[in-house]
Design a protein around this ligand. Structure first.
Ligand code: BGC
Length: 747
């Protein structure tokens, strides 16, 4: 099939109808022109292929298959290779199932721990989310299956998700909420993007020209197609003229009537409709070309992969010389999640798993088990609690499997607090009180408050680790796998510490991102707040040392790159994987900036005593912030510190470099421009210097001398904050002269 040729042969009616889906999961066929219908399915951590009745909420059945770790867990691997292995496996499965596109990855930033869908998202950090997403997209698409990055953009909560507006400033949008999408477009070359239900600053994403055309296509060069989130269309014609291509789910009544009507009225240009049709035809054309009738999938191999990945993703948060467990120790597994693990979230990503593996099943006879409490309730069952305490007392080690039950987090609803159910907290406290060797294994898609943290010896977080989470937990507890996950989000002490606390989930359908760029560790670090576990934190059964942090140049312009290298040594007694995080800190900036920002990372396996040298390349974006005055990323000249460490609060080595920005920050001067601002303008500075030179009043330093020590700074500040217009009031120039000056400086 040839997309361009088919477009020429399509009637207007065919084109208009083609831009809506046939049903829940298929595009429409154009039989007359041999354009087939192709299928898309939900992911992102498994294949949710529905052969019977379709739905987008996880209600009806889908095929039995493998559930991999969810995005919250995956990002904690800090490993692009984990994403590659997952993407390839999913791609192969889609091939075997004749599915042309998988609806993922989910890239939205974790603004608040309360977002019900956080388990489907990677991180609070845009760089990490973008890198993980791009690796997944590349791998999936290498198998001929289109990825569909979602939900574009600012869909960071479930409350009023289909009708609300996320309101934020330009810098925050570009610095925090867009870069992950930019990465999957530019680096991942995603063939599709799903626009979000919500509005951004009052304009719905499905008809947001700024997002769908100006940024996505014109700034980033996206050449794929945009599909709506299911049922996100408001104004069809406005959507198509703004850059929307496919409406889903559509159905038999979606004939494109509104588009034809708009064409007739001149509200939609035929050229815009053609663009949408061509984008879609190209998708179908590629899908047909890459179809492989003979592809097969080995689901047993996929299950083994799911277990390996879950082991790479889990985070050992705390360990006071207790783990790994030793064979032969008397271990009690306590808590229902040991028997029935919580390993995925509810909603459109829900995978139909025939047999999830529990920790109890994986551990077999090595452990004894008691239920401890009812995970579907908040209330303590005294009988179960008593039994748990007695069992814990008799055991050498008590391992409690705890976490958020299904009813606490799901697509479609946000949490309203950050607690575990009360009965679980009570169980943990009671067990820890009788057994000093208490381990907590946590399940859930998002951070929870940990009121018993100081009373337990170890905490292992599995997140929602996929169908093999139970087996992987046992691998990790017994040291058959050395933990290597690191947190992709901060675990605050309490919800009130979270930067979005006062503005989540908003009021009356409007949520204001008042915290701006200070999301996650960018906020906690700047405020120097104590947290339970910082971004990037993760322990291992071995230890790593960092040395020889070297830059290949100490001075560069923002048009050049700098190569950073660092040696990492395994200083422990067993093999393990180190995660090296590279942060950049701008020493002095005229705008507010976070203390440090993640700019690269790597994961590497090291044998005991082994050293490896790792290399990183930093470019303009590594040093830049988004400057609304130039509507672009901008580097302010000065000193930057490059830091490497094992978390944002465990920096091991740092080195300083000087970066020279090459973009002039032009701005318009008016009577309200201050002397200080003018000093940054080449001709403005010359004028000020000249004016100061012919000053006939007492000089700043004479006055300062009269005021006493330290006051020179105050005098200078006062002077710098004076607006240009005030020079007229102070008789330094006439109004006419001021006007001429402004015209000449702006020329
Ligand atoms: C979700 C999407 C999902 C779609 C199809 C929507 O409700 O927001 O993430 O891909 O349904 O199931």
């Amino acid at each position: 099939m040839n997309a361009e040729q088919i477009l020429k042969e399509m009637t207007l009616e065919e084109k208009a109808a083609f831009c809506s889906g046939r049903d829940f999961w298929h595009t429409k066929a154009v039989e007359r022109l041999n354009v087939p219908s192709v299928m898309m399915c939900d992911g992102p951590h498994g294949l949710r292929k529905q052969e019977g009745e379709g739905d987008h909420l996880g209600i009806n059945k889908s095929i039995e298959t493998v559930c991999y770790p969810t995005a919250a867990a995956l990002a904690s691997s800090f490993d692009r290779d984990v994403m590659r292995r997952l993407g390839e496996a999913l791609g192969q499965e889609c091939r075997a199932e004749n599915v042309a596109m998988l609806l993922g990855p989910g890239l939205n930033i974790k603004r608040s721990p309360l977002c019900g869908r956080n388990f489907e998202y990677f991180s609070e950090d845009p760089y990490l989310a973008g890198e993980m997403g791009a690796a997944y997209v590349q791998a999936l698409q290498s198998k001929g299956i289109a990825a569909c990055a979602k939900h574009f953009a600012c869909n960071n909560q479930e409350t009023r998700r289909m009708s609300g507006s996320s309101n934020l400033d330009e810098r925050t949008l570009h610095e925090i909420y867009l870069p992950a999408f930019e990465a999957v477009v530019k680096k991942g070359r995603t063939r599709s993007l799903m626009c979000a239900y919500n509005a951004v600053n009052g304009e719905f994403c499905a008809e947001n020209k700024m997002l769908l055309t100006d940024i996505l296509r014109e700034k980033w060069g996206f050449d794929g197609f945009v599909v709506t989130d299911w049922g996100a269309v408001k104004d069809r014609a406005k959507g198509v003229s703004s850059g929307l291509d496919l409406e889903m789910p559509g159905g038999p009544n979606a004939t494109g009537e509104e588009l034809l009507e708009a064409l007739k009225k001149g509200e939609l240009a035929e050229a815009d409709l053609d663009k949408a049709v061509l984008n879609l035809l190209r998708f179908v054309e590629t899908a047909v070309r890459q179809r492989d009738e003979n592809a097969v999938i080995d689901r047993d191999a996929c299950r083994r992969l799911a277990r390996q990945l879950a082991g790479e993703c889990a985070v050992l948060m705390k360990n006071e010389n207790l783990l790994p467990l030793k064979e032969g120790q008397k271990v009690a597994f306590i808590g229902e999640f040991a028997d029935k693990p919580r390993y995925q979230g509810a909603g459109s990503s829900h995978i139909n798993v025939p047999h999830p593996v529990s920790a109890l099943e994986a551990a077999g006879d090595a452990v004894i088990y008691v239920r401890g409490c009812d995970v579907h309730s908040d209330r303590t069952d005294e009988k179960l609690l008593k039994e748990a305490v007695k069992t814990a007392k008799d055991a050498e080690i008590a391992v409690i499997f705890a976490g958020l039950p299904d009813a606490f987090e799901s697509e479609g609803a946000d949490r309203d607090h950050m607690h575990l159910p009360d009965n679980q907290n009570e169980l943990i406290k009671a067990v820890a009180a009788v057994n000093p060797n208490t381990v907590v294994v946590l399940h859930g898609g998002s951070p929870v408050e940990l009121p018993w943290l100081s009373q337990v010896s170890a905490v292992l977080c599995m997140y929602l680790g996929g169908e093999q989470a139970g087996a992987a937990a046992v691998d990790l507890l017994y040291g058959r796998v050395n933990p290597s996950g690191h947190l992709a989000e901060t675990w605050p002490v309490r919800l009130q510490d979270n930067p979005s606390y006062l503005n989540f989930p908003g009021e009356d359908g409007v949520v204001t991102y008042a915290e701006g760029i200070f999301v996650g560790y960018r906020y906690y670090d700047k405020k120097e707040l104590a947290v339970n576990f910082p971004f990037g934190h993760g322990l291992s059964y071995t230890s790593f040392a960092f040395s020889n942090l070297i830059v290949d140049k100490e001075k560069l312009t923002d048009q050049e790159t700098v190569t950073v290298s660092v040696d990492v040594t395994n200083t422990g007694k067993i093999a393990g994987k180190a995660v090296i995080q590279l942060y950049v800190h701008d020493v002095k900036s005229t705008v507010r900036r976070p203390l440090r920002e993640l700019r690269d990372f790597a994961k590497t396996e090291l044998q005991p005593g082994e050293t490896k040298t790792l290399f990183f390349t930093l470019d303009k974006r590594s040093f830049a912030y988004y400057e609304p005055k130039v509507h672009d990323f901008f580097v302010e000249s000065g000193e930057f510190i490059i830091e490497v460490g094992e978390s944002c609060r465990d920096i091991r080595r740092s080195v300083s470099i000087h970066v020279e920005g090459t973009t002039p920050l032009s701005f318009t001067i008016d009577a309200n421009t201050t002397i200080g601002q003018l000093m940054k303008h080449p001709r403005g500075a010359a004028f000020i210097r000249q004016m100061m030179g012919r000053s006939d009043g007492p000089s700043g330093s004479e006055q300062a001398e009269a005021m006493g020590e330290g006051s020179e700074k105050i005098m200078q500040q006062m002077m710098f904050d004076m607006p240009l217009g005030s020079l007229v009031s102070y008789g330094r120039m006439t109004g006419r002269q001021l006007k001429d000056l402004i015209v000449s400086l702006n020329a």
